[in-house]
Ligand binder design. Structure first.
Ligand SMILES: [Zn+2]
Length: 469
């Protein structure tokens, strides 16, 4: 029985999905304005490990990860580099997907982009305004935290003495600046052409809003697991809860699973300290990247991971030992002399499961693997393993690798991208703008163009939806 440490209760809890046999997971994804650093990948690897283990345990998993393609940082960057939003975010989305594949991360079922979900975000803000949980001020809309009594419970905030109606425009702020946060940011000159029309004025969505919107769109108003790094607990996840539960009146997420930081040489990773690494800085060869994957997935997600190149080297050595053993096992011949390999492998697999069930305790799970590996190496060297014993151990390694993903290549990416390419997404958005302006001729033309590209558009109460033809 799988137990997960749930940040919402600060306790390990038995995991029970809302729907028997099916699990719905949402993970905060990347902001595609630059290369992701190795710390970011710790969060994506945790989501991958969790998803793989749930599938290994016989559950069906639907996983959604957002792509933030509009926020303050992106706007600063496009203005500094004089590029279009689509151009910049397309480039770094592609880099991100390549990085995921190079780390053998199984793709999510859906990678929704924020800019393709503006109508849904406008709809969610409207619901919050209707329920009196948000207010408009100077073209922006803010969430009123004093109207949501549970605000702060998740992040364990002390909200006593906070003043009503004091707001913050920045998406990122700390616990000393607990304020009403922006759901919609009214257009300012520095936003340039990046803006959308909404009933409450021209502007763009706040960052926190997109995760509430896109998780509920693809997974329902209540779902099982939300993952992310610990630095997202406040304000991002606290705000997601307030927005979602405020709008629906239903519990948003059952289990919150967070990973700790990744430090470099015992210090916080920072550009100014010169200890900041991208994936390409630690290697381009598959062997280097799999060693990085090994290092991260065999460290417990709730402990701070201290990245060093010596640590990476040890991971590479451990992984090499496993791959070399696999090669030896393939070459084994003859009959085994002594030893009950099926029973020993069963025992090792039972131990592996027991540790994984204990809040994904991979350091112990990997120790259980090496217990059998040591035995098998010794028997092979003495010529005692035989072909059938080797087959049992190979099968065992294959089983555990379904969870750890340290040997093989990722499952093939879906042949059709789950998310619309930017050019089609912008056609969709242009059509929506034409509809809002009641320019039916133009909206029909755009619908035809989209149909020609294989996209079927469906209008809904809050905006539109699309599917591949
Ligand atoms: Zn998020």
């Amino acid at each position: 029985m799988l137990k997960l440490y749930n940040t919402a209760t600060r306790e390990k809890e038995v995991f029970v999905p809302l729907e028997p046999g099916r699990v719905r997971i949402y993970s905060c994804g990347p902001t595609v304005h630059n290369y992701a650093h190795i710390g970011n990948f710790r969060a994506f690897l945790l989501a991958d490990l969790l998803k793989r283990y749930l599938r290994f345990s016989g559950l069906e998993v639907k996983h959604v990860m957002n792509i933030t393609d509009i926020d303050d940082k992106i706007l600063r960057r496009i203005s500094a580099e004089d590029r279009s939003l689509a151009d910049l975010t397309q480039q770094y989305s592609e880099v991100f997907f390549q990085d995921l594949a190079s780390l053998n991360i199984i793709p999510a079922e859906v990678y929704p982009r924020a800019t393709a979900h503006i109508p849904e975000m406008v709809g969610l803000i409207s619901r919050l305004l209707e329920r009196g949980l948000a207010y408009q001020r100077e073209g922006s809309v803010y969430f009123s935290i004093s109207r949501f009594p549970e605000y702060g419970r998740f992040a364990r905030l002390d909200t006593t003495g906070m003043r009503d109606g004091v707001s913050v425009d920045n998406d990122e702020y700390d616990k000393d600046h607990v304020r009403d946060f922006a759901l919609w940011k009214g257009w300012v000159e520095s936003d340039g052409e990046v803006c959308w029309d909404a009933p409450f004025g021209r502007g763009r969505p706040g960052w926190h809003l997109e995760c509430s919107c896109m998780s509920m769109k693809y997974l329902g108003e209540s779902f099982d697991i939300h993952t992310g790094a610990v630095d997202l607990i406040f304000p991002h996840h606290q705000n997601e809860i307030a927005q979602s539960e405020g709008a629906t009146g239903k519990p948003f997420v059952r289990y919150w699973v967070h990973n700790e930081f990744l430090n470099i040489n015992a210090e916080k990773m920072s550009k100014s300290q010169g200890n900041f690494y991208l994936l390409q800085d630690i290697g381009k060869r598959t062997e280097d990247l799999m060693a990085y994957r090994y290092l991260v997935v065999t460290s417990h997600h709730r402990t701070v991971l201290n990245f060093t190149f010596e640590g990476l080297e040890s991971s590479r050595a451990a992984l090499r030992r496993l791959t070399q053993l696999r090669e030896k096992l393939l070459s084994a011949t003859g009959a085994p002399t002594g030893g009950d390999w099926p029973a020993w492998a069963d025992q090792a697999l039972t131990e592996f499961r027991a540790h994984m069930d204990d809040d994904l305790n991979t350091p112990r799970a990997i120790a259980a693997i090496f217990g059998l590996v040591n035995q098998a190496e010794k028997a092979f060297n003495l010529g005692e393993l035989g072909k059938s014993g080797a087959g049992v151990v190979l099968d065992f390694l294959e089983q555990v690798d379904r969870v750890l993903g340290i040997f093989g290549q990722a499952e093939a990416a879906p042949s059709r991208p789950p998310e619309l390419p930017v050019e089609l997404a912008s056609l969709l958005e242009a059509r929506q703008q034409a509809r809002l302006a009641k320019d039916w001729k133009k909206s029909d033309e755009l619908r035809d163009q989209l149909a020609a590209a294989g996209v079927v558009v469906k209008d809904t109460k809050v905006g539109y939806d699309w599917t591949w033809a």
